[in-house]
Design a protein around this ligand. Structure first.
Ligand SMILES: NC(=O)c1ccc[n+]([C@@H]2O[C@H](COP(=O)([O-])OP(=O)(O)OC[C@H]3O[C@@H](n4cnc5c(N)ncnc54)[C@H](OP(=O)(O)O)[C@@H]3O)[C@@H](O)[C@H]2O)c1
Length: 340
């Protein structure tokens, strides 16, 4: 295969980092898709904050960009299949594989079964693959699965992580209701419900990876409140005390086979000195403890996606949830060398 040809679909915080990482791995960027008039029409290198022009213009019309052809679209736009379904479908219909950081695609079979089935069928009909990666790939799924490879018996698995809202763009800060009061958030959840976010899909992928089955699954969300005025960079907003810095999304699973699993994911605006954490406790024989005290989630979101590109191009057609994409691995040098 010649160079891997990619389209950067969504040039926000993640799409910008990804642009540089793709170029480092000698990926040929053949198109870029954006939305705001501040970005559309400009060179991707400039929009992504690189110090050079790439000769790739950010376009508003995905169909036109996709029609020119590519091996893969790297899609970093928004969360949930409800809003992303159309973007993914457009890529697949144009014969372009998709790797995305959209979180529901990690394991969409139960939270968005209709969209998942439709996209799976569309991908198969076009001989293409749709798959997700991101921070959860190594740290919340495969690292945990590997740790459990040392267990003799498992009664419970308890995971928790924290990540900084300001490492991402406004899409993320708005999603976790930064700046809201607890009362307004409670009202929002009462009126509109709260879509299960990351923790659920991640645990379901882990349960499937372990060959277990879900007997009961429950999710809940709680607000994280500021105790002092705290600046949210991505919204350019000073969050007053008692207003929201983010949320904790928790999912609990009881399996038919016995082990119980819990994962609590805290996405919030950090105070000075706070770092990204990934921590898992396994209760059983033996008890095990895994802690990463300073994970650069923002960067590994993007580096994990780049490492997955050859896996996605090589995968069978369809929507391949993350438990079915195989173990993640480091891809040294040009990505094309991993497709021989
Ligand atoms: N799985 C993971 O590990 C992980 C990690 C981080 C983020 N995420 C998810 O990835 C998404 C993006 O995160 P981010 O930090 O990059 O957010 P962001 O900085 O807000 O970027 C989102 C980008 O999507 C673009 N966009 C929105 N609608 C579009 C459309 N219709 N067509 C083309 N582009 C469109 C926006 O374009 P304009 O700027 O032109 O308006 C924006 O640049 C979020 O949903 C987040 O939850 C996942």
């Amino acid at each position: 295969m010649g160079n891997v040809r990619a389209i950067v679909y969504g040039v926000g915080a993640m799409g910008s980092i990804l642009t540089r990482l793709l170029l480092d791995k000698e990926v040929e960027i053949v198109g870029a898709i954006g939305r705001s008039p501040k970005k559309v029409g400009r060179d991707l290198g400039e929009v992504a904050g690189l110090e050079r022009h790439l000769g790739v213009t950010v376009e508003a019309d995905p169909r036109r960009t996709l029609a020119a052809g590519a091996d893969i679209a790297v899609v970093c736009v928004s969360s949930y299949l409800d809003s992303m379904r159309g973007h993914f479908a457009t890529c697949l219909e144009h014969g372009v594989n998709v790797v995305t950081i959209e979180e529901e695609t990690v394991y969409p079979w139960n939270t968005a079964p209709d969209h998942a089935a439709e996209l799976d069928a569309l991908a198969k009909a076009n001989g293409m693959t749709l798959a997700a990666s991101g921070a959860q790939d190594v740290f919340w799924l495969h690292l945990v699965g590997t740790l459990l490879g040392a267990s003799h018996t498992v009664d419970a698995v308890e995971g928790r992580c924290t990540w900084n809202v300001d490492d991402y763009g406004p899409e993320v800060a708005n999603h976790v209701h930064v700046g809201d009061t607890a009362e307004a958030f409670a009202q929002h959840v009462a009126d509109q419900g709260w879509p299960e976010f990351v923790a659920r899909q991640n645990l379901e992928a882990l349960v499937a990876e372990l060959g277990l089955t879900v007997a009961e699954i429950t999710s809940r969300v709680s607000p994280v409140l500021a105790t002092q005025p705290t600046f949210c960079q991505s919204l350019n907003l000073m969050v007053a005390p008692d207003h929201m810095l983010g949320t904790v999304d928790t999912t609990d699973v009881k399996t038919n086979e016995g082990p119980r699993l819990t994962f609590a994911m805290e996405g919030r605006v950090y105070h000075e000195g706070q770092t990204d954490v990934n921590e898992w406790f396994v209760k059983g024989e033996p008890d095990l403890h895994l802690r990463n005290s300073c994970v650069p989630y923002r960067f590994v979101t993007c580096s994990s996606v780049v490492n997955r590109i050859p896996d996605v191009i090589r995968a069978e057609p369809g929507l391949i949830s993350l438990n079915r994409l195989g173990k993640p691995s480091y891809k040294h040098g040009a990505l094309r060398s991993h497709l021989r």
